[in-house]
Design a protein around this ligand. Structure first.
Ligand code: HEM
Length: 457
């Protein structure tokens, strides 16, 4: 099935929903391109035309005396190389760097969830005393997860250069859809201002000598090396990094928020999840193997949130007129494969498909492999960070529930008093709560030996 979507800038987008046609789109890597789509994304996010051009072409032959890195033996464009580097950084394989990255993410999450760090976090301004504090759940999740992503990829320095990075990021996150849909400047000033602030911070970061920011991920180091070799300057690199910063940090904190909202508002669910978390060994903190493999109820909640709160899509750019499903799709336009309606298809999920059913995935574990479950997209561009993302969320929730008691102080939401999902705003992943909706929680430190998983609500 095809629909044609007309955006404000008269840009036409073909919306493909028929699974057979989706397969045709996935298989066509010649006239349907993802890198042209990335190039377009880069331009929307502030990359100059010259830099986008340099990033999308195969590099010119390097000068003979240039220090060759050996990282690009096939002489790929920076955009294609970045995709390869993501896969090396995030997926298992012979050269994989994922173990270091996961360990770094989890370490940073654990550090930020220490009580002393928590109470000293100015962003989480709520009532505080020696053993309790009040905080917004969405800000808490954002502060921990976005800081973890920033430090894991860019080390400590970026966070120090831009103490207000988080605020700029939230503003950018709220308005990025306007940039992607080429909204006129007059309506997108807030998103543009936030974008420019983040680019300024990243430019300063890239201007620092490398030895002052050596605690960075393999991906970041390698991409910088190759970007400099093709002649990108610090501002060019900063602007093209912005979209990566968004991909790495824009989704996971919202997933943590929705998962915790559901758990802490359902006392029986909370008790059973605490019980399975604590089964690893009484009194000690859960490790990631236990959380991924031995906590089925928590994992079922995670999958159900992914089903109901993602509005993911795959995008392609049509570089030559192309036939899909017997129809001619015109060169220069885009294709979008949205996955949300698959997630609510009652034929697949049953009559209760619109409802949050916490044990859906316990009853039928094979649903995870169902073609109608696509929170992380599909085809050649399937999210490379899907395992790391889920680990982050399980670890965050596992540690929060182990270290603290949470009590709901207030819920800002619709009539039902539960944060409403903002389903109107286009997104390429997790949906946000409606602006202003939130859950304020009182966080109390657990006393030693208190975590037994059943007695404390
Ligand atoms: C809840 C969390 C997340 C969701 C829902 C999500 C969703 C998505 C979606 C829908 C895509 C596009 C897939 C397509 O085009 O078909 C994508 C791509 C991507 N995501 Fe994620 N993502 C999440 C977290 C992450 C994290 C934490 C990272 C990295 C640490 C990451 C790295 C990537 C990369 C590198 C791509 C581009 C894939 C490629 O070009 O090969 N994602 N993600």
């Amino acid at each position: 099935m095809f629909e044609i979507l007309k955006t404000s800038s008269s840009l036409l987008i073909y919306v493909v929903t028929n699974p057979r046609h989706v397969g045709e789109v996935y298989r066509n890597t010649t006239t349907l391109s993802f890198d042209t789509f990335i190039q377009d994304l880069m331009l929307s996010c502030g990359t100059s035309v010259q830099a986008a051009d340099k990033s999308s072409k195969q590099p010119p032959p390097y000068p003979e005396d240039a220090l060759m890195s050996g990282l690009n033996p096939q002489n790929k464009s920076i955009i294609n190389l970045a995709i390869d580097f993501h896969h090396i950084q995030l997926l298992p394989g012979p050269d994989s760097q994922v173990e270091y990255l996961s360990a770094k993410f989890l370490h940073e999450i654990s550090e930020s969830l220490k009580w002393d760090i928590l109470v000293s976090d100015k962003i989480l301004a709520g009532e505080k005393n020696s053993d309790t504090m009040e905080t917004s759940l969405i800000k808490w999740a954002g502060s921990v997860l976005i800081k973890a992503g920033t430090k894991a990829y860019w080390g400590d320095r970026l966070w120090k250069i831009a103490p207000d990075l988080l605020d700029s990021f939230y503003e950018f996150d709220r308005g990025i859809w306007k940039l992607l849909f080429h909204y006129p400047k007059v309506f997108s000033g807030d998103a543009l201002a936030a974008r420019d602030k983040i680019i300024d911070a990243l430019t300063k970061y890239f201007q620092l000598p490398r030895k002052e920011r050596d605690d960075i991920a393999w991906f970041t180091r390698s991409l910088e090396t190759e970007s400099r070799l093709v002649g990108l300057d610090e501002r060019d690199m900063a602007a093209s990094t912005l979209i990566l910063y968004f991909v790495i940090n824009g989704n996971t904190y919202k997933l943590c928020f929705w998962v915790l909202c559901h758990i802490i508002t359902k006392p029986e669910l909370l008790t059973s999840i605490k019980a399975e978390i604590s089964q690893q060994s009484m009194g000690s903190e859960p490790n990631i193997e236990h959380l991924t493999q031995s906590c089925p109820i928590l994992n079922s909640v995670l999958q159900e949130v992914l089903r109901l709160y993602t509005s993911s899509a795959s995008m392609r750019f049509i570089s030559e007129d192309t036939i899909i499903g017997g129809k001619l799709l015109r060169k220069g336009r885009k294709i979008m494969i949205p996955y949300r309606q698959l997630h609510e298809d009652s034929v697949v999920w049953g009559a209760d498909s619109p409802d949050f059913e916490q044990s859906r995935w316990l009853k039928n574990a094979s649903l995870r492999r169902n073609g109608c479950f696509r929170p992380f997209g599909g085809g050649a561009t399937l999210c490379a960070g899907r395992s790391v993302a889920q680990q982050e969320v399980l670890f965050f929730v596992g540690l929060v529930l182990t270290r603290y008691n949470l009590e709901v102080v207030s819920m800002q939401g619709g009539k039902e008093g539960f944060p409403r999902v903002d389903a109107l705003k286009p997104t390429l992943g997790m949906m946000s709560p409606v602006y202003g909706d939130d859950c304020v929680v009182k966080v109390s430190r657990r006393k030693e030996g208190e975590f037994d998983g059943s007695l404390h609500g």
